[in-house]
Design a protein around this ligand. Structure first.
Ligand code: FAD
Length: 497
């Protein structure tokens, strides 16, 4: 996947696109994979890096969503469990099963959660990952050595999927490109082009050269997550907003705060939220929050009260309670929740996580909401709609069993031992940087340290330590000077705050 080749296709005015996709997060990338694999001429335009917005800041679960059972969203859970099975098969190196335990501190919780999770497993049908178990207190403590044991009555054991969100995004970009799509990061759609009231294309600005390209497309898909309304307003300036962003943050802790390979799920904290503590890349992710109202931003910041909330609640369930100084990294993301006018002032936690498709009078096809887990299904529906909208030849969806190109850098590190590591606290090497620049369209220091590797997500101090050397390596490969290196480091510092 080479950015100059991809850009050259955008610059070639003889290219006429069937489907132009705005947004390179989970949704847009899934649409690109689907459309290209059906043989439609497809281009995807991402203003920042692939998955740079919400899609790199998830809880990293490919899951049915146990908590949606409580809100009675059985259809959404069933659909998500089916998609979980597909992703485990289609990206087996990036999506893996993970054991979860729900600890019970009251007797009735054991039966209540046990029954709920047995239903969860039944809903998965043939896609089930293993029967729900009911370990006693000793069994739970053995799996999660740092769990508080006073009052522990036992728990429920179940399985879900876990993944590396930004790496899956790269895998999807590569898959779409391999199927003939042009996928370009750091290219912002500035304008929608209309003729006689109908959309006919977009004007896109290359973030590197500043050059504009005008592209023609039969269908324009708006897959811009929390930015959905800003693109809808390029089409209809007065359009009423449909997105209500809700912020969720995660804290990254040392592995000892769980002590094992089993994740913990607390289905209902005292204020009714779900709390996860999940082993991930030799660290623990603790999350998440549900904060609103929040402004729409590419890089939202965690608020102090969110950090305190997570530490306080973790302290209720963990023997060694994490403190502020134990936090190695923090990341915050915005859920693109769809708020139909009839939802009134419902809290964001109560808004559905299912997706929505809207078609404007000018022909802008917007797909938004949903989850990483369901992005393939969302894309299938969007491309079906796009095909009839653009009068494209009808072709069936190909992605249910389509293997994604899911090479993962962490695997390579394990194979190669510790030589050439970026930092002793990080599982990445300089060869990962080289590959990111050469083959994965990484252009900025943050592309490499946040999404091709996950350095800033695992350990901010370690990412800062290796930043000068990584930027120097990138500058050598990209033909950049000292000023570029200094600028990239300053931008990364600014983002980490
Ligand atoms: C805290 C949190 C935890 C989550 N955990 C999970 C989980 O564990 N499992 C799960 O399945 N789901 C999870 N989700 C949900 C999931 O992450 C999102 O549903 C998904 O990432 C949304 O993807 P998207 O492509 O719609 O949006 P985004 O990732 O925001 O992508 C939209 C893209 O559009 C680009 N864009 C905007 N305007 C323009 C323009 N003018 N030109 C070009 N590009 C543009 C943006 O830069 C952005 O990259 C979580 C969400 C949050 C916030």
């Amino acid at each position: 996947m080479h950015r100059p080749d991809q850009l050259a296709r955008l610059a070639d005015s003889s290219e006429k696109w069937d489907i132009l996709i705005i947004g390179g997060g989970a949704t847009g990338l899934a649409v690109a994979v689907d459309a290209a694999s059906r043989g439609y001429r497809t281009a995807l335009l991402e203003q920042a890096d692939f998955s740079e917005s919400t899609s790199s800041k998830s809880t990293k679960l490919i899951h049915g969503g146990v908590r949606y059972l409580r809100s009675g969203e059985i259809g959404l859970v069933r659909e998500s469990l089916r998609e979980r099975g597909r992703l485990l098969r289609n990206a087996p190196r990036l999506v893996k099963p993970l054991d979860f335990v729900v600890p019970a501190y009251r007797w009735h919780e054991r039966f209540y959660y046990g029954a709920g999770l047995t239903l969860y497993d039944l809903l998965a049908g043939r896609e089930g990952l293993g029967a729900t178990g009911h370990p006693g207190a000793a069994g739970v403590a053995e799996r999660v050595p740092n769990l508080r044991i006073e009052g522990l009555r036992g728990g429920t054991l179940y399985q879900d999927g876990q993944f590396d969100d930004a790496r899956l995004a790269v895998a999807m970009a590569r898959t779409a490109a391999a199927r003939g799509a042009a996928v370009v990061n750091h290219c912002r759609v500035e304008e929608l082009v209309k003729e006689n009231g109908r959309l006919t294309g977009v004007v896109v600005r290359d973030g590197v050269t500043g050059r504009d390209h005008r592209l023609e497309g039969k269908v324009i898909v708006n897959a811009t997550g929390v930015f959905t309304d800003s693109v809808r307003r390029m089409d209809e300036p007065g359009a009423e907003g449909v997105i209500r962003p809700s912020q969720g943050i995660h804290l990254v802790l040392d592995r000892r705060f769980l002590g094992g390979d089993t994740a913990v799920m607390i289905p209902k904290t005292e204020d009714g939220r779900v709390l996860f503590a999940i082993p991930w890349k030799n660290r623990v992710l603790l999350g998440t929050t549900d904060t609103e109202p929040v402004p729409v931003e590419l890089h939202p910041r965690a608020r102090e009260e969110e950090i305190e909330y997570l530490l306080r609640h973790a302290g209720r369930y963990l023997r060694e309670a994490p403190e502020r100084g134990d936090v190695r990294a923090i990341f915050a993301g915005l859920r693109p929740l769809v708020s139909p006018p009839e939802s009134g002032g419902a809290s964001s936690a109560k808004l559905s996580r299912s997706h929505s498709i809207f078609l404007s009078d000018g022909g802008l096809l917007t797909i938004t909401g949903g989850k990483w887990t369901t992005c393939r299904q969302m894309a299938e529906e969007a491309v079906d709609r796009a095909a009839s909208l653009g009068d494209l030849p009808k072709r069936p969806c190909q992605t249910a069993d389509l293997t994604l190109l899911d090479e993962s850098s962490a695997d390579a590190v394990e194979a190669a031992g510790e030589s050439g590591l970026l930092d002793e606290a990080l599982p990445y090497r300089f060869s990962d940087v080289e590959r990111a620049v050469r083959e994965e369209m990484a252009l900025t220091l943050d592309d490499v340290l946040s999404r091709r590797t996950r350095a800033t997500f695992l350990d901010e101090a370690a990412a800062r330590r290796c930043a000068p050397a990584v930027a120097a390596k990138m500058a050598e490969m990209l033909g950049r000077d000292e000023a570029w290196i200094a600028g990239e480091i300053a931008r990364m510092e600014e983002r980490l705050g």
